[in-house]
Design a protein around this ligand. Structure first.
Ligand code: E4P
Length: 294
């Protein structure tokens, strides 16, 4: 059991209620959960149906997602369950909002995930005006995080932004720097956006997220199990984050940018190739579960 709870809220990054239950028993609590189309496609029940030769209709996929989220929701705390809309590169904000509005009714504490794109930001802006909680996902740049802040200003509920650490590391950039830079930039803000450290691969990522005072961190079950097996270490005064890749190569620092959070959100550069690739991968994983005609 984890007795010395970090200030950073801990979420399970997954799509299997059984796994969430196992992690909850291991830690004694879980603050929340994040899901995404790739994680839902890996859900054991969905995989079982595919293995039996049954591909899902769009309605069946939606029903399965709802059932998964409804099973997870009672297991987690007030950081809620993040549910991702199905969006491709052509999806319009209005379509995403329509999905988000429906998904928001599935459970009491839903966060609707929209991508950090122009249309995703537009959907988020409309959502917060309707008091729908949002999580802006696939964040790979400080400019995207500035736009999230500006687009959701005035939200009554905390807004989440999810910088993806591991995927930046994967291409040789120090993903932890993105979290550090966003936290620094938000110091001058009103605190309405909470940083949810995502795409965490290692205990090192997790401990550094604590040190940077990320409000939340979402962690795959496997990494949480490793953390538990190591006795839930916390970063001490001597903790130094090693910005290296799995081969021991140094990761390239991401420089801090001076950005004005008072600018209109459309003025920030939202383009990032990893956001585009991330959307394409989610679409591919989602489609891999669907009937060919769907
Ligand atoms: C966050 O909400 C995402 O589900 C997640 O952290 C993605 O991580 P990955 O890069 O391991 O897919």
């Amino acid at each position: 059991m984890l007795t010395n709870r970090p200030k950073t809220k801990l979420l399970v990054d997954g799509g299997d209620p059984e796994e969430t239950l196992r992690i909850k028993s291991l830690m004694g609590f879980i603050d929340g959960q994040t899901t995404n189309p790739s994680l839902i496609a890996k859900n054991p029940e969905i995989q079982g149906r595919l293995a039996a030769g049954h591909r899902l209709s769009e309605q069946e996929e939606k029903d399965a997602y709802k059932k998964i989220v409804q099973s997870i929701s009672p297991l987690v705390g007030d950081a809620g369950v993040s549910i991702e809309v199905f969006a491709d590169l052509n999806s319009r904000a209005e379509e995403m909002l329509a999905q988000g509005q429906e998904m928001f009714t599935w459970i009491p504490h839903a966060y609707i995930k929209y991508p950090c794109t122009h249309e995703g930001l537009r959907a988020a802006e409309m959502s917060v005006q309707k008091s729908i909680r949002v999580n802006l996902t696939l964040c790979f740049s400080q400019e995207q995080a500035a736009a999230v802040y500006a687009a959701t200003r005035g939200s009554r509920e905390p807004v989440y932004v999810s910088p993806f650490i591991g995927r930046l590391d994967d291409r040789g950039e120090d993903g932890m720097d993105l979290v550090r830079n966003i936290k620094k930039m938000y110091e001058r803000g009103d605190g309405h956006v909470h940083v949810l450290a995502a795409s965490i691969r290692t205990i090192n990522h997790l401990l550094c997220s604590f040190l940077l005072a990320a409000e939340l961190a979402t962690v795959p079950g496997k990494a949480l199990q490793e953390w538990a097996a190591a006795g839930f270490p916390m970063p001490d005064q001597d903790f130094k984050y090693k910005a290296i890749d799995p081969k021991g190569e140094a990761l390239k620092p991401i420089p801090y940018q001076e950005l004005d959070l008072d600018q209109p959100w459309e003025s920030f550069d939202l383009a990032h190739e990893l956001t585009t690739e991330g959307i394409q991968k989610f679409v591919a994983d989602y489609r891999s579960t669907l009937k060919r005609s769907a």
